[in-house]
Design a protein around this ligand. Structure first.
Ligand SMILES: *Cc1c(COP(=O)(O)O)cnc(C)c1O
Ligand SMILES: [Zn+2]
Length: 500
């Protein structure tokens, strides 16, 4: 819709001007640092950082109704910089001039309702929010759009002509970082560090295709993370892991969208999300809290984090209810189909601990839960979801398995509606689905496929014929007719088709 066709009172808000000041605040010592330098940890105590705005009070002061109208009208605006995560510009990074914003088609992912069949099997209504429909096929693009928009602005402002981005990854951060870095190829070179053999072939091919330097090392993600931390502390590189607090800001858009998609009524919603490095659950809590403080929503939804029993440090932490007795212990991970979340020492854990406390306090009751599921439950859920028309990855299956367990455990009440995060596209993790459908899981995963879901290609080849079609060779006309008839007959027999 053209700007002049919007209601007059809303026009002046639709295309925002950059304003105010943003700064990093250390979550440990609370010191504040200007954003004129690239920081990943507190220079004074090494704590994690979160980004804040000086005008938080001003933003919260505008009434909730006006914000809701701004966002709802903005969705109708044909203006690229505000089409993705920056639809919520004022709540993300209102210091970035619009001309520096990258938009590669991320965000505003669809929510797809479970059909009757699936709802009956699970017991409550729910949606999958398909984060796999982002440009690099995972939710990581939300954070990357923010981090790279900021880097774009930062580099131009400081006349930086050559910048190296680096990240460790379980597969999707590198795919996303490589894609967004490639868009800024005039001044960015991208490097990704992967645990060898611990990302899928599809995920490995993504950064290669986008021109990144791909480094593989032995070990698991946690080992790669240590190496890039060492690099980012001692060399001149830009870190793209979720330790980078610009990523967290961008991922908050996930919460904003859920609020907007339900006309800002989220009190009866249950958002379910897998936890790996814990960046996403951090962003979701932070996002809903911001909308609550600005009166855009009036109540907070429940949030359920899910972990596999092969990588469950956050779950173990919250097994203890008494905060004075809670102790964080990293775990040694085991092979997991939820490979993108196979992390034993989540970087954002200190952020999670703070935000869970704040969230429950703001809600006036416990609204954050962490649930543990088995590898078997994850795979069964993924396969059942996709047999009912979804495109869930293994981590999406993990969300669904967690939701099922939460219903059984009484955490989800009657009438509540689930929003399950399918964090990536099924095709990125199709190798696990294939192992399930063909019953070829290596024993360390501890997955035994359900027989009724076995599904492998069926070869149709008539055996009593002389000539078969082959690549590069044509068969004679009569032979071809014979072959077609015989093949059709064989298929009709397999499918028990009745003759017309
Ligand atoms: C990164 C990732 C996760 C884990 O998210 P965190 O923010 O690290 O907790 C889950 N699923 C997929 C597909 C991912 O790429
Ligand atoms: Zn500090």
């Amino acid at each position: 819709m053209k700007l002049k066709e919007f209601p007059e009172d809303i026009r002046k808000y639709l295309i925002p001007e950059p304003s105010g000041r943003m700064f990093y605040r250390c979550i440990e010592c609370k010191r504040e640092f200007d954003i004129d330098q690239l920081l990943y940890v507190c220079p004074s105590c090494g704590g994690l950082l979160m980004l804040h705005q000086e005008e938080e009070a001003k933003i919260q002061g505008r009434n909730g109704d006006l914000w809701r109208r701004i966002f709802d009208y903005r969705r109708m605006l044909n203006f690229n910089p505000l089409k993705g995560i920056f639809c919520y510009y004022e709540f993300i990074a209102p210091i970035i001039p619009l001309e520096f914003i990258l938009y590669l088609g991320e965000a505003h992912t669809p929510m797809v309702m479970a059909n009757q069949n699936l709802e009956s099997a699970i017991g409550e209504p729910f949606y999958f929010k398909n984060e796999g429909l982002n440009p690099s096929l995972s939710f990581k693009d939300r954070g990357m759009a923010c981090a790279l928009s900021f880097l774009n602005y930062f580099a131009k402002k400081n006349n930086i002509k050559d910048l190296l981005t680096i990240c460790a990854s379980t597969g999707d951060t590198s795919a996303s970082g490589a894609l967004y870095s490639a868009y800024l190829t005039d001044f960015i070179r991208s490097v990704v560090l992967l645990p060898k053999g611990k990302v899928t072939m599809q995920q490995l091919l993504q950064p290669l295709g986008n021109g990144s330097t791909v480094l593989e090392m032995p070990g698991v993600f946690d080992d790669c993370m240590k190496v890039v931390e060492e690099l980012s502390e001692n060399y001149n590189v830009a870190l793209l892991n979720s330790k980078n607090s610009w990523r967290i800001l961008g991922q908050e858009s996930f919460a904003f969208e859920i609020a907007q998609d339900f006309d800002y009524l989220v009190a009866d919603k249950v958002v379910v999300v897998p936890i790996g490095n814990a960046g996403n659950i951090t962003a979701i809590m932070s996002g809903f809290l911001k909308f609550l403080k600005a009166n855009i929503i009036t109540e907070l939804p429940k949030i359920i984090g899910v972990q596999s029993d092969h990588a469950d440090p956050v779950y173990r932490y919250y097994l203890e209810d008494d905060p004075s007795k809670q102790r964080f212990e990293p775990v040694t991970v085991r092979a997991s189909v939820a490979q993108a979340a196979m992390i034993g020492n989540p970087v954002s854990m200190p952020r999670v601990i703070d935000l869970v406390r704040e969230y429950n306090q703001a809600a006036g009751q416990k609204k954050i839960f962490v649930i543990q599921v088995t590898e078997q439950e994850i795979m069964d859920a993924m396969v059942i979801a996709n047999r009912n028309g979804h495109i869930a990855c293994t981590q999406g299956g993990e969300s669904m398995a967690g939701f099922m367990k939460a219903i059984r455990g009484g955490i989800v009440s009657k009438g509540e509606i689930g929003i399950l995060t399918a964090t990536a596209h099924v095709l990125k993790f199709s190798s696990f689905q294939e192992m399930y459908l063909s019953d070829r899981f290596p024993p360390e995963f501890e997955v035994k496929p359900k027989k009724e879901f076995k599904n492998i290609p069926v070869l149709v080849q008539p055996d009593d014929l002389g000539g078969l079609p082959q690549a590069g060779e044509s068969i004679q006309r009569e032979a071809l007719d014979l072959f077609n008839k015989a093949t059709a007959a064989k298929i009709a027999k397999i499918l028990h088709l009745k003759k017309r």
